[in-house]
Write a protein that binds this ligand. Structure first.
Ligand SMILES: [Zn+2]
Length: 275
């Protein structure tokens, strides 16, 4: 797995270096290749949400979208993100876009790079997700948000930044999890016959987690984001991927991001600017 992941990363980084932004319009096709490379372990196409209302509900004034995927169910009925023993426990991969408006262009990306408010996109999204999963007190705080390590790079000819971040939050597995697919199905905005995943994968039996972690236990999400503004399509793009650091009931503290970083970077490397 590791060597195959590394090969993917190397190939895509090389391809990205020769690509310029062409304002890709392919999101309008039914089989959007917004995520052109999806490793086998992940749901085989992205899900899409309008985020404007979710962000507004948590105090973030931004208009945009979220395309995302999670590790698909493998040996079980539910997605790997809910299994404490999985390397994909609590893992996300996705891409936010924030649209230019009449009053503002390049939301969250200033001349010196990502602004503090960019981090608010994640905290709002995570709190909203925890609410869906029944957490009575949703917590999502990015650690030392004003001083995140970042590295300037380029993306399709645009200035871009890779940022490392940690978020203090709660597990989404807990005593008040939804028990019916229809209670979480609304997060799956697209439905295709050949998607190897449906909302039932988002329903988690208590037995999946209760032996290893506490209900809505405090944990730290650990991950990376890549942010840039594309003037051709008029959108800020923020790609993200993460694992988790947590204390299981048995054994030592565990950290999963190093185990999935190559896959996340392969996913991230393929993403273009989309209208
Ligand atoms: Zn672009």
């Amino acid at each position: 797995m590791t060597s195959r992941g590394s090969t993917l990363v190397a190939g895509l980084v090389l391809a990205g270096a020769v690509l310029a932004c062409d304002g890709d319009e392919s999101t309008e096709q039914p089989r959007s290749p917004l995520f052109p490379v999806i490793p086998d372990a992940w749901v085989n196409r992205e899900t899409y949400n309008i985020m404007t209302g979710i962000w507004a509900g948590h105090g973030v004034d931004a208009a945009g979208t979220n395309h995302w995927t999670i590790a698909r169910p493998q040996r079980r009925t539910f997605a790997e993100r809910f299994a404490p023993e999985s390397r994909y426990f609590q893992a996300w991969f996705g891409a936010y876009t924030v649209f230019d408006t009449a009053k503002e262009r390049s939301w969250g990306i200033g001349p010196a790079g990502p602004e503090l408010r960019l981090i608010g996109l994640f905290a709002a999204d995570q709190r909203s997700w925890l609410q869906v999963y029944g957490d009575p007190v949703p917590l999502a705080e990015v650690r030392d948000a004003a001083n995140l390590p970042m590295e300037e790079t380029t993306r399709l000819g645009h200035p871009a930044w890779r940022v490392s971040a940690e978020m203090i939050t709660h597990l989404d597995v807990g005593d008040y999890n939804p028990t019916r697919p229809e209670d979480v199905a609304f997060v799956l905005a697209y439905e295709y016959d050949d998607v190897e995943f449906d909302a039932s994968g988002l329903v988690v039996p208590r037995a999946a987690w209760a032996a290893e972690v506490a209900s809505y236990q405090q944990v730290t999400l650990v991950g990376e984001l890549w942010a840039w503004y594309c003037p051709v399509v008029g959108k800020t793009h923020v790609i993200y991927g993460n694992g988790v650091r947590f204390d299981p009931r048995s054994g030592e503290s565990r950290e999963t991001y190093p185990l999935i970083r190559d896959e996340v970077r392969a996913l991230a490397a393929g993403i273009r600017c989309h209208r």
